[in-house]
Ligand binder design. Structure first.
Ligand SMILES: CC(C)(COP(=O)(O)OP(=O)(O)OC[C@H]1O[C@@H](n2cnc3c(N)ncnc32)[C@H](O)[C@@H]1OP(=O)(O)O)[C@@H](O)C(=O)NCCC(=O)NCCS
Length: 195
């Protein structure tokens, strides 16, 4: 597959990525469960990426992007290319908890794959890559939360060893609709069952 995963650690790369990540997050308008009721404006995306990439330098965070090139870019509905001709197919990131007593742990805050690239293993590769980078950074427990109706994402996380540790019923509000908020955790102090 002509899709490569790149760890973004250089703040100088953020400016080029911002419009592409902004466009990726427009999937929220189609119902993607990414924690926003409406797509985030570009300045919010810039601040988010800046915070994550700056944190990457000190083991506070990690940002992984999936870049597609050549024949792996779909003919229709493909996102716009980056300056090097590749296309942002997806991204994911984790951040260490800021609360002092939670410092050994991190939250896998978002994983998103552009609609034109979904179902091709990119979400799995991104999530596996983020779990690996969290383990390498010495993270003890990697948590995440997801909307209860996001079966595709929840199934993916379960196959990677995440376990449900809690659920707030009808907690996520999107307009008048209510969804469960489901909490998953992966204890990285134990050997990864898949290895
Ligand atoms: C969730 C998401 C990241 C998955 O990425 P993806 O690249 O489409 O997923 P993959 O192709 O890697 O598939 C991973 C797993 O997802 C599940 N999955 C994929 N397509 C599915 C489908 N149509 N129905 C149910 N489960 C499906 C399967 O468990 C699959 O496992 P497999 O590799 O054994 O087949 C992607 O659909 C997405 O960006 N959705 C919108 C944003 C979002 O919900 N992010 C997660 C927030 S918690």
């Amino acid at each position: 597959m002509g899709v490569r995963l790149v760890d973004v650690t250089d703040p100088a790369e953020i400016a080029a990525l911002v419009p592409h990540v902004h466009r990726l997050f427009l999937m929220v308008a189609n119902g993607a469960a990414l924690g926003w009721a409406t797509p985030p404006p570009q300045p919010e995306v810039r601040d988010l990426l800046t915070g994550v990439v700056e944190g990457a330098a000190t083991g506070e965070a990690a940002l992984l992007v999936a870049l597609a090139s050549g024949d792996d870019i779909p003919g229709v509905d493909a996102p716009k290319p980056l300056p090097d001709g590749s296309v942002l197919a997806g991204l994911g990131y984790w951040r260490r908890y800021t609360r002092q007593t939670h410092r050994p742990h991190a939250d896998l805050e978002r994983v998103a794959v552009a609609e034109a690239f979904q179902g091709r293993g990119i979400g799995r590769a991104l999530t596996e890559g983020l779990v690996a980078s969290a383990r390498k950074a010495g993270i003890e427990v990697l948590t995440l939360d997801a909307r209860g109706d996001n079966e595709r994402a929840l199934a993916l996380y379960r196959t990677l060893g995440f376990n449900e540790y809690g659920r707030l019923v009808d907690f996520v509000a999107v307009g008048h609709l209510r969804y469960d908020k489901v909490f998953y955790a992966l204890d990285l102090r134990r050997p990864w069952p898949r290895l």
